[in-house]
Design a protein around this ligand. Structure first.
Ligand code: GMT
Length: 382
């Protein structure tokens, strides 16, 4: 199949999932056309089946805000008509679903039919999409999509609860490439970071408010009082400065290291004993799945779809959002026994295997076929 993928090219979860999906589809023989405003961060290799089309927006003194959505729709029209795409798959509703709808109408006026699938990723529904400045467009474009998927049951339910949706939403979870994400022998790094055998806690994110990184630091502060430990914070974003200040206030600054944005996240995950994901909202928690694939148990909040990934008492523990004492107690419970820690690590890996890309990719391929057949059947009926 010839598939167009529209996504954000950044380090955010939706862009990562879209890029990894496109790479996996290309490997099994589909022709994949990425349509984004810059090269996706994980599109870092050559494959004869992968094509990249950059969306550029012309500036003009009249424009206080650049009309990206119009430029994107125009680029989609161009790529679909010249590359003869069979299907469009847009990741993150805003503004990709409405741009795809507009492109579809323009193409229809030229006698070209292309169905589009919208994948809902999280904050496009649970945070940004609900805002009155976006809600009518989000609702309309979800209903106008030929297919809609959500990355967890929780996100599917949130979408039905928060928006007036008549379309069916299929759940296709995030996935992991276990050939890349696996525990690597990096003991020499561990000794450098934890020279006295301290336990290593870790968190990765885009440092947005919704991640509650202040809770990560508070949990670590409580754990650190009972178990010699270190904390690695990977990523960067708007909360970074206030988190550094909190570390100083709590007196843990010498045990916390900020590593910034890293591409080889699996190497650092291989060192960790526990991963913290304590978000306010989290549709799935791809970062937790990546940690689990590297044999790291999870201390998490119960936000959104996290409990569908992190099984309480098996792969880690799940606490109420903001309950840092419970999270710290759970962390200590796992860390204080080497035997228990080893069991949780094994369970985390076993759970991650259920989300192996080789299991999830056919779900997308089957869904593509079903949507395309349904939309072609609709054309014949007309
Ligand atoms: O806020 C982020 O973490 C980025 C966001 C995105 O859409 O770029 O990630 C969301 O999509 C990921 C991939 O489907 C999910 O694993 C994350 O849980 C989700 N983040 C939130 O819901 C906050």
């Amino acid at each position: 199949m010839k598939i167009g993928i529209v996504c954000y090219p950044t380090y955010g979860g939706s862009g990562v999932v879209a890029t990894e999906l496109g790479k996996a589809l290309a490997k099994v023989g589909h022709e994949v056309h990425f349509i984004t405003y810059s090269q996706p961060s994980r599109l870092d290799f050559f494959n004869e089946n992968i094509f990249y089309h950059e969306v550029s927006v012309s500036s003009y003194p009249l424009f206080q805000y650049l009309p990206y959505e119009s430029a994107l729709a125009s680029k989609i029209v161009d790529v679909v008509s010249h590359e003869k795409l069979d299907l469009l798959h847009v990741h993150y509703a805003i503004p990709h679903a409405s741009a795809a709808f507009l492109a579809k109408q323009i193409l229809k006026s030229k006698g070209i039919h292309v169905p589009f699938i919208t994948t809902l990723h999280g904050t496009d529904i649970t945070l940004v999409g609900k805002d009155p400045s976006f809600e009518p467009v989000v609702t309309f474009s979800i209903n106008a999509s030929d297919g809609v998927t959500a990355v967890s049951e929780s996100l599917r339910n949130d979408t039905y609860n928060e928006f007036d949706i008549q379309n069916e939403i299929a759940v296709i979870p995030n996935f992991i490439d276990l050939d890349r994400f696996k525990k690597l022998p990096k003991d020499h790094f561990k000794i450098a970071i934890c020279p006295n055998g301290e336990k290593l806690l870790m968190h990765t994110s885009n440092f947005r408010k919704v991640k509650r990184i202040e809770d990560v630091v508070k949990v670590f502060h409580l754990v650190n009082q009972r178990i010699p430990s270190k904390l690695l914070l990977v990523g960067d974003g708007p909360e970074r400065t206030s988190i550094e200040m909190l570390c100083r206030e709590l007196g843990v600054q010498n045990d916390v290291r900020f590593l910034g944005k890293l591409d080889v996240i699996e190497e650092v995950l291989s060192l960790a004993d526990l991963f913290l994901l304590v978000s306010e909202k989290e549709s799935f928690g791809l970062a937790a799945l990546e940690a689990m694939a590297c044999e790291v148990p999870i201390i998490s909040s119960n936000a959104g779809g996290i409990p569908e990934v992190n099984i309480n008492g098996v792969t880690g523990y799940v606490s109420e959002i903001g309950d840092v004492e419970d999270m710290a107690n759970n962390a200590v419970h796992i860390l204080e026994s080497d035997e228990r820690l080893a069991t949780f690590k094994k369970n985390a890996l076993n759970r991650a295997k259920e989300f192996d890309i080789t299991t999830i990719l056919p779900m997308y391929e089957n869904y593509y076929e079903a949507v395309r057949n349904k939309s072609l059947a609709g054309l014949t009926a007309l």
